[in-house]
Design a protein around this ligand. Structure first.
Ligand code: CA
Length: 229
């Protein structure tokens, strides 16, 4: 995870950069607004931590410029305690969160992690599609050729796993570890039974089969699998 920290106060900048680096992030430190602008525009960052009071280009101008040019990297801005209007302004300009100076480093770290989690979640696909099979993760719905498939919670989880790994042969042990709990006995035939039931719902009545058994290995979901039985 790569962060850009824009902070003109040398001590604060060094301290935050060191702390974030120790927490496992790769951190570029820009010491004024123009440097921050150049870096933010040209390099891909997962998050920008932006001080508002900066020499040259200030934090607001920088943020507005980024959003205007289509850079949607999450921004956490740092503002002074007495600048209440700043918070509204920053959020209106498209910042994602703010912190009031002075703050504890642990709080910065918590905000950074939350923002990164949130932006990753937004990038996650909500619809998985293989041939004419669709799995809508948000509405918890499976469709094949436009027809609804009713699945149990386990079958849904199993189909989601297979679709997320389209074209990869998944072993029974792997499937067990992802869909069943850790106490599951993977020597039993529960997985085979579950796959058979799922296959009946997903493939029966359609000319192209999507769920294939790979003898001695496991299962694979894909439109065409030449080596599958
Ligand atoms: Ca400053």
């Amino acid at each position: 995870m790569k962060l850009l920290l824009v902070e003109d106060e040398p001590k604060t900048g060094d301290y935050l950069k060191q702390g974030l680096t120790e927490a496992g992030f790769v951190v570029d430190l820009a010491r004024d607004g123009w440097e921050g602008w150049e870096l933010a525009r040209t390099l891909p960052y997962d998050l920008i931590i932006l001080d508002v009071m900066l020499p040259g280009l200030d934090g607001w101008q920088l943020l507005a410029g980024l959003r205007r040019t289509g850079v949607n990297t999450p921004v956490l801005f740092l503002t002074a305690r007495d600048q209440v209007d700043d918070r509204v302004r920053g959020l209106e300009l498209g910042a994602d969160d703010y912190l009031i100076k002075p703050f504890a480093f642990a709080e910065l770290l918590a905000r950074v992690r939350t923002l990164l989690r949130r932006s990753r979640a937004a990038l996650e696909p909500t619809l998985l599609k293989v041939a004419d099979l669709e799995l809508d993760l948000r509405r918890r719905r499976a469709m094949r050729a436009g027809r609804r498939i009713d699945l149990t919670a386990k079958e849904f989880a199993l189909l989601e796993l297979l679709m997320r790994h389209t074209g990869e042969v998944l072993t029974r042990a792997y499937i067990a570890s992802q869909v069943w709990d850790m106490n599951f006995d993977s020597d039993s035939n529960v997985i085979d039974v579950a796959v058979r039931r799922l296959r009946a719902k997903v493939d029966e009545g359609y000319s192209a089969r999507l769920i294939h058994t790979v003898r001695g290995m496991g299962y694979v979901l894909e439109a065409q699998h030449p080596n599958a039985a």
